[in-house]
Design a binder for this molecule. Structure first.
Ligand code: ZN
Length: 473
């Protein structure tokens, strides 16, 4: 589609410094790419999108999620729990009862929710795998993302160890063999992995959580296969202080040092959370170029803490944003996530401030806390960087036409703004999505996805939750 987006009130590019804003106001799209930005005259035969009173961002890149949890939101047994009791109360209790239909419904809900927030690329950390499972959960995820027109990165979770000490675990909670895990990685890479800088489909090696999912020698072997196949690596790390206790108890190491021992750091690796880190761990992550998927809403909801994102970035860590959940977030949208990231990073800096008369620096650190432009960059260009998709995540000539156009003229929340560019993130809420384009293709128009009946999806979800609870009872 050849398209001219005209007269945008503001454009954030995902780039840093003076390049974070483009004066615009027009963007020309040809054959799925941004051909030009500036003051542009319409050409014959070109479609036009009037972006008056709208702001344009790069489409968001979500770098950590568990789509299957979209049917596990708000479970009262886990709602006010911290990480470990929540894992037992909600995902471990309910996941064994998810069949293929429920899994597909959950994936669709999460992807639709993300798309309606302006997200064009989803990296999902799926760990719904077990030996001889009756359906291919990886294929279901790729199919659902493709049907909506979203870029999809499958982070293939699972592992050879179970954290539950029971001889007769239900089959869906049983660990895999290392050979089985590695064979499936090779199968998925051959079938779905595209190396292109704007790939629609990618595969990532992602045992669910390094010290709990595999033995050290198995982690080494898994990393070696990933690098041999040219696949990136992802997992959870250092979400809580309990995580530090567990790794210390098993290995007498800090979590980041444990990962270094087994070959799990580098610029082809990114970890979700990284909430609890010592200074030497931050330095090591930075020196190796290991990335983060910062998940502020899940970390807040589970009472885990607030990741030291500014310190990580200063050390050289590539920063991205993930919605995590949905069962530890109760939502999955990149606008509320980036709004939370902005507020929580500023709150963290203020929380650490010490009065000058007590030997501190007063408000100095808080004054340098994250800006809206930082958070937009993390959620777009930062995501593209950790996923290794350099043709997306920024708005510039030659880049893939992945962009979100938000209306600011139909909700009083956005009225009175001196700077419309920051509106969707700074004011929070969910600005009406005038359009979401992925590779120049329209995924959302005026807040609707063609072919998706949202109320019907809601009815399907309620039915699936009833079925799930009946099966778990
Ligand atoms: Zn997670």
């Amino acid at each position: 589609m050849n398209l001219l987006i005209r007269n945008a009130a503001a454009i954030l590019t995902g780039l840093s410094g003076a390049e974070a804003r483009h004066r615009g106001p027009d963007i020309r799209i040809r054959d799925g790419r941004i051909e030009a930005m500036g003051t542009l005259a319409p050409e014959p035969g070109e479609s036009q999108l009037d972006a008056t009173d709208c702001v344009v961002y790069p489409a968001w890149v979500n770098t950590h999620h568990h789509l299957f949890q979209s049917l596990l939101k708000g479970d009262p047994l886990g709602l006010n729990a911290t990480l470990s009791p929540w894992l037992a109360a909600t995902p471990w209790r309910l996941r064994p009862h998810l069949d293929e239909g429920m899994f597909r419904t959950a994936a669709r809900i999460g992807l639709v929710e993300l798309a309606l927030s302006g997200c064009g690329t989803v990296a999902d950390h799926n760990y719904h795998y077990w030996p001889h499972m009756p359906f291919d959960s990886s294929a279901v995820l790729f199919e659902e993302a493709q049907a909506l027109g979203l870029r999809f990165v499958l982070c293939r979770g699972g592992g050879t160890l179970s954290r539950m000490a029971s001889a007769d675990l239900p089959p869906p909670l049983r660990p895999e063999t290392l050979d089985g895990y590695l064979a499936d990685i090779e199968r998925l890479a051959a079938r779905f992995h595209d190396r292109a800088p704007d790939a629609m489909q990618r595969v990532v090696v992602a045992p669910t959580t390094p010290p709990h999912s595999m033995r050290p020698d198995e982690l080494r072997e898994t990393a070696a296969l990933a690098r041999q196949l040219g696949l990136r690596m992802h997992s959870h790390l250092s979400e809580t202080v309990a995580y530090h206790d567990a790794v210390h108890g098993q290995h007498r190491r800090k979590p980041v040092h444990f990962c270094q021992d087994v070959g799990w750091v580098g610029n082809d690796v990114w970890f979700a959370h990284l909430v609890k880190l010592d200074d030497d761990e931050i330095a090591l992550l930075g020196a190796t170029g290991t990335g983060i998927a910062h998940c502020p809403q899940s970390n807040g909801r589970l009472g885990s803490g607030i990741a030291p994102v500014r310190a990580l970035e200063a050390a050289g860590v590539p920063v991205s944003i993930g919605v995590d959940g949905a069962a530890s977030n109760e939502a999955a949208d990149m606008l509320s996530e980036t709004h939370a990231a902005w507020l929580m990073q500023r709150a963290r800096a203020g929380e650490a401030a010490v009065a000058v008369h007590r030997g501190g620096q007063g408000e100095a650190e808080a004054a340098a806390a994250a800006t809206v432009e930082d958070v937009v960059r993390w959620g777009t260009a930062g995501g593209a960087r950790v996923l290794g998709l350099p043709a997306i995540g920024t708005l510039a000539s030659g880049q893939a036409a992945d962009l979100a156009v938000y209306r600011l003229d139909d909700d009083p929340r956005y009225f009175g703004l001196h700077d419309p560019a920051i509106g969707p993130v700074a004011s929070g809420g969910r600005a009406t999505l005038e359009a979401l384009l992925v590779g120049g293709r329209e995924v959302v128009r005026r807040g609707r996805l063609p072919g998706v009946d949202v109320p019907a999806l809601g009815r399907q979800a309620r039915q699936a939750v009833q079925q799930l609870l009946a099966a778990a009872a």
